[in-house]
Design a protein around this ligand. Structure first.
Ligand code: PGA
Length: 248
């Protein structure tokens, strides 16, 4: 029996409001929560709304541990296409996070495996991830868990799929050589206490249909969501457009 739940929203705005509210309510209940967010076009509005709500409600964010889902290997943090840059501008600066509470992969490190082990160790030490919010790639990836990845991986370095390297160009001002990514693994996702996979727009309809209704298989990594007992696929009406009627 599948345990994942599907939630469909009218549009990108209401989907993002709901995801941002999840973050706010987690922090209200658990001020020392461990939060893992993805960067990318999909979570951008969630991050903006979270920042606005956190300020409006004067939330105490000082005990939060923030973990970045992934990063492009060899892309410096000040490049506007990097995940570092995204979080810096959408969350850390507006909400004045202190450097000690923020944990992102150093994708310029000469020892990327050590970066992975450090991230895994931090997550175990903190007692696991309370809330993870991820997007989905056009090849079904989550973070840089590319098609064929093991479901049992913790953090690792991935060779990027052709879809990822071409779609990924949209984040950069100039054409970029993208070959590898460093990412949390799907074992982290399985162990996270709550996971939201968010998707909007018609271009995501096919991958959402496979995520929700396809076989659970490493060749389509997001299908692992079906096995998460506190996992939610949150889609706007366009991204939910190819789901069979029983799921709508
Ligand atoms: P997007 O990226 O939110 O920019 O569509 C999703 C992803 O590749 O994970």
């Amino acid at each position: 029996m599948l345990s994942m739940q599907l939630k469909i929203y009218k549009d990108y705005q209401s989907l993002s409001e709901a995801a941002a509210n999840e973050i706010v309510s987690l922090i209200k209940h658990k001020p020392a929560a461990v939060l893992c967010l993805a960067s990318g076009d999909t979570p951008r509005l969630t991050c903006k709304l979270f920042a606005t709500k956190a300020k409006q409600e004067n939330l105490d964010l000082s005990q939060i541990t923030f973990i970045g889902l992934d990063e492009w290997v060899n892309i410096p943090p000040d490049n506007e296409g990097s995940c570092h840059y995204f979080f810096q501008h959408e969350i850390f600066e507006p909400l004045q996070f202190s450097p000690g509470q923020v944990h992102l992969f150093d994708a310029l490190s000469t020892d990327l495996n050590n970066e992975c082990r450090k991230m895994d160790g931090l997550i175990f030490d903190k007692g696991g991830i309370d809330l993870m919010i991820v997007g989905i790639g056009m090849n079904g990836h989550i973070g840089f868990n590319e098609p064929g990845v093991s479901f049992d991986n913790y953090s690792h370095v991935a060779e990027l799929d052709n879809t990822t390297t071409s779609v990924g160009q949209k984040y950069f001002k100039a054409a970029m050589t993208l070959q590898q990514g460093i990412t949390l693994g799907l074992k982290h996702l399985q162990e996270a206490k709550k996971v939201l996979l968010i998707a909007n727009a018609a271009k995501k309809a096919e991958v959402i249909q496979k995520t929700v209704e396809g076989d659970v298989t490493p060749s389509f990594p997001a299908s692992i969501m079906q096995q998460h007992n506190n996992g939610y696929v949150m889609a706007d009406e366009e991204a939910a457009g190819l789901l069979t009627a029983k799921n709508k």
